[in-house]
Ligand binder design. Sequence first.
Ligand code: DI6
Ligand code: FE
Length: 428
Amino acid sequence: MYRLVAQFFAVGREAERILSTLWHNANVATMCDSNWGMIERGAVITNGSNIVWVGREQDCPIAHLQQVTTKHNLGNRLLTPGLIDCHTHLIYGGDRAREFELRLEGARYEEIARAGGGIRSTVSATRQAGDEALFESACQRAQQLMRGGVTTIEIKSGYGLTAHDEARMLRIARRVGEQLGITVRTTYLAAHAVPPEFDGRADDYIDATNHWMSALHAEGLIDAVDAFCEGIGFTPLQTRRVFERAQQLGLPVKLHAEQLSDQGGAALAAEFSALSCDHLEYLNADGIQAMQKAGSVAVLLPGAFYFLRETKLPPIQQLRDAGVPIAIATDHNPGSSPCLSPLLMLNMACTLFRLTPTEALLGMTANAASALGLGATQGTIEAGKRADFAVWNVAYPNELAYWFGHHSCAQIIVGGVVPETHREQSHD
Ligand code: DI6
Ligand code: FE
């Protein structure tokens, strides 16, 4: 027995030793401070899926180096935390290219929604799509994001709007994470639109979605709860009822708030200590103050702003002045942001919203991690955090927001491993 136990521990120690990796000859943007947390000629040592040391290559402690069994020379390239896309609607059937044309001919997003198009049209396409088709298309989209440097993705439900179809979306979201080996956080967004079965009965629909929430939570399918608080979505009162149920279940909340009008949604979400309030073009001063007090992250979505040709900017300077952390995400969805380029979002965050390149990258790393409640484990390159990185063919991190339409991600590293499908990519 003793021999068996001793052998077990020996094997354990061996495994630990085998998995220690040195990533060296890199310029490391740790994102630990507002100046990129830059370490020139840096190195990182990982053990299994975690970072154990980061610093200047010449300062690598001997004790750590002795453990290293694999070395990766990163060719003097830039290493950053893996990007985190903290707001996506990645799973859906169909597309809305025709709606795009209608909008270009003058129809407004809200008009199309009120006429039964918009979100509802994607709901019907999603209900009709089989599980495998939804899974395959979502995997392809996630892989596209990964090619752009993403290692963590939030995926919302909200195109099913029945107990069965919302469950399908959340299960598929979990499968995408397992299949690709990346972190996927699921968000329950049944309060996205009133489905046709509940026409004119939004309150009854909220009752139903709250009921489903409990069951889906029991199945372990929900990491956070979201709602669309808007003239074409749900009222603050209905949103409050969703949040009350989430709170009873111990689930964190976030909100599509103040995207098209000021509903006081951000202040409401802050009352429930929301992880984040997202969009925020119409955010008012009270909302900013409430978010600051609650520690909620402002998730700005330049892709939706651009694609809907909005003109009202989120109150960036006021958010800065109040010290509200700002995150950036793709909001990938077929209606208002059919975008799969995280770098384009960094660029638009700067050109459209006037963020600095540093703020933009913090928005897809450290602050995006906070928006998902993952601040303790992800978003920066620090000892103790997950070994999720992106390697870039650029010299300095401000270039990530500078070039656009440019594929500069050389590879990603997820939990200390380069995924099979993402080795040294070539983009032609
Ligand atoms: N706001 C958005 O940007 C997405 N959902 C939401 O509430 C768009 C959803 C869609 O148009 O399909
Ligand atoms: Fe959204």
